[in-house]
Design a protein around this ligand. Structure first.
Ligand SMILES: Nc1ncnc2c1ncn2[C@@H]1O[C@H](COP(=O)(O)OP(=O)(O)OP(=O)(O)O)[C@@H](O)[C@H]1O
Length: 566
């Protein structure tokens, strides 16, 4: 026993010879402790000098900082407690627990936790016990996140560079999957890159232990072993099986996200920017073809597919990505397979001929360094872009000689449907034919990200569900709420949808906030009511309708918590 514990404290995941048999999360954690000296533990926030804000996520505010002890540059993520009554956020707990176990060059490393205790006003007064300490996660500083880098108009990826990032991404994903971890939020904004050319997977807020078999060479993602919540993955990167509410999913959900990121690196902008879950499925069918029993066996019996009546389409992936070469098309096809059981896994993707044929992948140290590109730098890039000359009118983006009427960048997919071509932004299809040039061959404004439609004017994210052709029930389980609502910045300007995600977690926060506000208001009303009833002695306290409603809310909140625990 002592030996096991000793072993456990000195072995990190990458050093272990993990058998593929499923482990319980507890035995998994015991087996995979990182070496003690790789993690400081709990410091004070005053051990770090805060230098400036880098980004703001759903559950954290990220700052650049310098360690006063070692001088190293780090990123500190403040864990935001949206509702103190709920205690420490479960997503942050999960992220910390998992990151403490992980150790791989392509996975962001948690180095320390720092705490800030509420200040005392003077040494004779006691600390206010109601004020909770603030916790910070400390990770090495990374110069960019991938979506920030792609937004930077002066950055143009070369093919060897894309191959280099893809290899690192696949190595990181292979490591996670081999160690029974599902990331569940694979997207460009969660891939951090430094100026040494190293890519690391970050943001484990939705990650969890995976209880199925780990992927094996030549076997795709295999079959799932148990159910999980389908309320995961940012919509643009969400695979079709999750959009159709498959619960028994596998590591293949992360591979779909890898495919979306790959396409995004090639074209310089997200390739499947759906504006509701239904629209997301439409875009996927346009690209990969409408599912059939052959391309996605069993899809008709998925809960979210029952009401689907998609019009038959062959898919336009080949024509849309032809200019990037047969190797890129073939890898993309493997990653974006509708059938999650046969979708390529990370082990096989790493062996794909794309990485073996010229031009060969660059080595990380050969890559150029770029100016910092984080979430908050995007405004700077947008301003720069605004200063560029207007895009040519009447272009044929995605609708060149090889593209059919369903080309995803065409007006069929966006402009005419979502009203994005209003006066505030240029139409999506108004760029010139040069947009069809590979990312590494493009100049100036052609590497622009998509512009989400204006949020005003009564746009409803679910409008693509009209006509009864698309599922009416969102993955969130609430019929009236879509699982991802595009967000806009405070000035009303457009933001990337994945910049600060407005998704299930936001919805939950909003529901909680609304519920709390209602509850407080009703508590006041109840007091008033009770006072009155005490006074008049006409009603019994136990009959208070407000208390009944409160009990309902408690039940509803417990149910919500259960959902997020999954
Ligand atoms: N180690 C780091 N170095 C540099 N920048 C970082 C680092 N960690 C995070 N960031 C920046 O902060 C942003 C938000 O971080 P992160 O995704 O971890 O927060 P989050 O609250 O989980 O966000 P989201 O709600 O988008 O999932 C990142 O997109 C990135 O720009």
């Amino acid at each position: 026993m002592a030996d096991t514990i000793q072993q456990a404290t000195t072995m990190s995941i990458d050093e272990s010879n993990e058998p593929s048999a499923p482990l319980s999360p507890r035995s998994f954690a015991i087996r995979h402790q990182r070496p003690r000296d790789s993690y400081i533990g709990c410091s004070r926030i005053t051990d770090y000098e805060i230098l400036g804000k880098l980004g703001e996520g759903t559950f954290g505010e990220v700052h650049r900082a310098r360690s006063r002890k070692t001088g190293a540059l780090v990123a500190v993520k403040k864990i935001i407690m949206h509702n103190e009554k709920d205690g420490f956020p479960i997503t942050a707990l999960r992220e910390i627990k998992l990151l403490k176990l992980l150790s791989h060059k392509n996975v962001l490393r948690l180095e320390d936790m720092a705490v800030e205790h509420p200040a005392r006003s003077c040494k004779f007064t006691f600390t206010d016990k109601r004020k909770k300490p603030i916790f910070y996660m400390v990770t090495p500083y990374m110069d960019h996140d991938l979506s920030g880098l792609l937004d930077n108009p002066s950055v143009h990826f070369t093919e060897p560079q894309i191959k280099c990032y893809m290899l690192q991404l696949l190595e990181g994903v292979k490591y996670l999957h081999e160690n029974h971890i599902l990331h569940r939020d694979m997207k460009a904004a969660n891939l951090l890159i430094n100026n040494k050319g190293i890519l690391q997977i970050a943001d484990f807020g939705l990650a969890r232990h995976y209880e199925g078999d780990v992927p094996r060479a030549g076997r795709g993602g295999g079959e799932g072993r148990r159910d999980y919540t389908s309320l995961v993955v940012t919509r643009w990167y969400r695979p079709p099986e999750l959009l159709m509410h498959l619960k028994r999913y596998t590591t293949a959900i992360d591979m779909w996200g890898v495919g979306c990121v790959f396409g995004e690196m090639l074209v310089g902008k997200p390739i499947l920017a759906g504006e509701s879950d239904g629209h997301q499925l439409e875009l996927i069918f346009e690209l990969c073809g409408t599912p059939t029993e052959e391309s996605m066996p069993g899809w008709r019996s998925l809960p979210g597919a029952e009401t689907l009546q998609p019009r038959p389409r062959p898919g336009n992936l080949m024509t849309r990505f032809r200019e990037y070469g047969p190797g890129a098309v073939s890898l993309l096809k493997e990653l974006l397979k509708l059938d999650w059981r046969t979708r390529v896994n990370a082990i096989d993707a790493l062996q794909h001929p794309y990485f073996k044929n010229a031009p060969l992948p660059a080595k990380p140290h050969e890559l150029p360094s770029f100016e910092e590109s984080h979430e908050l730098d995007r405004r700077k890039f947008q301003d720069r872009r605004a200063a560029l000359p207007p895009a040519p009118k009447g272009g044929t983006v995605g609708r060149g000689p090889h593209d059919g009427p369903n080309a995803s960048f065409g007006s069929d997919s966006y402009g005419s449907r979502n009203g994005a071509n209003g006066s505030r932004y240029p139409p999506r299809n108004s760029r010139g034919p040069e947009d069809r040039v590979p990312a590494w061959g493009r100049r100036g404004d052609h590497a622009l990200p998509p512009r989400p439609p204006p949020g005003d004017g009564g746009d409803h994210p679910d409008r693509y569900r009209d006509g009864g052709r698309l599922p009416t029930r969102p993955a969130g389980g609430r019929a009236d709420v879509d699982t991802y609502i595009p967000s806009y910045d405070r000035d009303g300007g457009p933001r990337r949808d994945d910049w600060r995600r407005r998704d299930d977690r936001d919805d939950r926060r909003d529901w909680d906030r609304d519920r709390d506000r209602d509850r407080d208001r009703d508590r006041d009303r109840r007091r008033e009511y009770d006072d009155r009833s005490r006074h008049s002695r006409t009603r019994s306290r136990s009959r208070s309708p407000i208390r009944d409603r409160e009990r309902d809310w408690d039940r509803e909140r417990d149910r919500d918590r259960d959902v997020y625990r999954r």
